[in-house]
Design a protein around this ligand. Structure first.
Ligand SMILES: [Zn+2]
Length: 131
């Protein structure tokens, strides 16, 4: 279970929400600026508190200009899900508590610093590791 206090969770949740909202605004602007009518249509349906996964919807589009945002949106959606499940701030690899300082810096972090180091070494050759 999460080691965080309710107030800490709320503060991190609003940090995630702000990052999410900013990303959605950016994605909507890029879709709306597209010369493809279909994308402009989608832009109107992307809401910041949608019930379905916005990332899934955007991934289906296959729009290259928003691909780079999808990873970030997915990370935030996953972090919010971990909060709902009560496992936010718990390392997915070793089950240790993730430091509050680390979470404040990277609210989407899913590993403790030790496991992140191992993970990055393992994936150093294959590309960018996720947090
Ligand atoms: Zn760990």
């Amino acid at each position: 279970m999460t080691h965080l206090k309710q107030t800490e969770l709320e503060q991190l949740a609003s940090q995630l929400d702000r990052a999410y909202a900013a990303l959605i605004v950016e994605v909507r602007q890029e879709l709306a600026a597209s010369d493809q009518e279909h994308f402009q249509d989608i832009a109107g349906r992307v809401h910041d508190q949608g019930e379905a996964s916005v990332a899934d919807m955007l991934a289906d589009l296959g729009a290259a200009m928003i691909d780079r945002h999808i990873h970030e949106i997915r990370d935030i959606e996953a972090a919010k899900r971990r909060m709902q499940d009560g496992v936010y701030g718990v390392c997915v690899d070793c089950g240790a508590d993730i430091d509050l300082a680390r979470l404040n810096a990277y609210p989407t972090a899913r590993r403790c610093i030790e496991c992140q180091g191992v993970h990055e070494k393992q994936f150093a050759q294959t590309g960018h590791p996720s947090l």
